[in-house]
Write a protein that binds this ligand. Sequence first.
Ligand code: IPE
Ligand code: IPE
Ligand code: MG
Length: 617
Amino acid sequence: MSPVLPQPAAPDPASAPDIAAAYASCRRLVRSSRSVEYSVMQLMPAALRPACWAMYAAAVTTDALVDDEEGSPAERAARLQAWVDALRAELAETGSSVVGPSAGGPSRAGRSHGPGGDDPDRGDPVRRALADTIRTWQLDVETLTPVFTALREDASGRRPQTWREWSLRTQAENTPWAMWCLTLLTRAGVPTTVRQEHLEAMPAFLDGLYLTDTFTDLASDLGRGILTLPEEALAAHGVPEADLLARRWTPPVEALIAGLTERADDWLEQPALQRGVHPGMAVLLRTSTDLFRARVRTARRLGPALLHRTAELSPAVRLRLLAPARVRAVRAWRRAALVQPAEPVVVLPEPRREADPAFLPPVPPRPHPSGECAPDIPAERLPRHVGVIMDGNGRWAAQQGLPRSEGHRVGSDATRDVVHGALELGLSHLTLYAFSTENWRRDASEVARLFRTMHDTLRDSDLRSLDVRLRWAGSPEGLPVDLVDALRQSARDSRHRTGLTLTLCVNYGGRAELVQAAAGLARAAAAGELDPDHIDERLLAAHLPHPHLPEVDLLWRTGGEHRISNFLPWHLSYSELHFTDTLWPEVDRRDLWRAVGTYTQRRRRHGAAPVVEGTRV
Ligand code: IPE
Ligand code: IPE
Ligand code: MG
């Protein structure tokens, strides 16, 4: 049983007027500078909100200390250090919870950057509220060490080179605050268990929140000549830094923004975080996800204007998401009876990541055993997106006198080889049809074995070590839990990879996707967010479950059938079609290369008349 803690309460304004004013100042700061985050904090139990304002205000304040364009990197680092020293000094003081100026006297810089122009003799109210929060809730200030180390990196002005580096810095700056929020809940008596799957999903979710902040605030950052995106992000789309800083909306900048919104969407959707948590926590997490995804959509809609103004959420959207969440949160917390001391947060050890190839730099694709190399096709002539209907496993097995499930197992080796080949070729998107919603009509034992094969393929280190960003399109309904977990975890773990985007369609149905998009549009129209007269192809595509999946340029189906079988109906409307008789288990990467080779010979017209020597015929 945990030690019985004093039941912390919101600061009592009558007995501690200074502290109440300090918390009020934090509240103002958060509400005015981070209104979406503020609304999320209002979904916390009332007794914990002041602590949340203090923590968030401290994060904003310390970030501003290092971000401020005033002064050299060393001066910015010194400002941060002064703030941290003053915090420690305040904490070292004993006695009443009314904290006076810190022992060494708050530094000039520390004070001058305190929000709201408060009386300098009384110190920075944000720091005072944070010190009070730390004491009241018995938090360990050392938890914040990685935050300050990462902020010092920011002060140096060194931009992260890669997404992975960006993410490590993001994690260091944000995870300790998130852990403290959990600790507050636990100390207040909310049963908070942290499961391994939460620990795995949390980094991706925080990356998503932070990335959304980054591009929704892009205009103000650019205004101050600041770029916080990793160099890799710009390089991937060939965006010169100068173009972005000059707010030039060029095609590469447009592609960069599309790529960023796509990443954020992916990272934000972490259903594992909402599983097995207290209903109040589930409301918090679901609402944050919805609000941030709405911010992503707003940014996407702004287009070129995103370089000139912040992507604010419309009041209608906020109300639609927040009003029901408030009701649900109040009910959920009421049930929690915040009076019992609870077990401390159980933080499970981090998985041993250094041993997992998904967390190491990617390895290059293995050459084909024949020694054959990929044809050298210039990037602009490659199809951007190849979709494959991998058919013929069952017939191949029957030909060999084997059970159908053996066909799927050998077929998975072919799949692996094709992925290596796609990387060698330099393809950007490859989407593989692995199980359709119609495939449930098969014998249960074939289906169960097929799922097992998929699970094993996802877990094997070969795929995880490549420069492949994996995604899953389809529904979890009916799938074994371990397969769903493996699909989601593979997507999470590979989220920083930039080579090939590999989308696996598992339990996928194309018409069901269109139905989902139609329902999404209808809901938005009914909520008054969009005018039905403005619905066009772009808007429908934006409401598909994977709005960033590009149109398929080349569809290849093996196994001799000439049909589409409910695969990507929206994206296939202008695809070039390629059918081969080979049964999937007999396929290797050279078949993919041949398919792409035939594509490069095709003339795509998209409805235009053919052109011969400059004239239409
Ligand atoms: C494709 O092979 C794999 C899946 C549909 C799961 P099939 O299993 O359809 O093979 P055939 O068409 O029966 O030969
Ligand atoms: C399509 O193949 C689905 C996959 C390859 C996963 P099927 O073999 O199930 O399609 P039909 O039944 O021939 O249309
Ligand atoms: Mg088939």
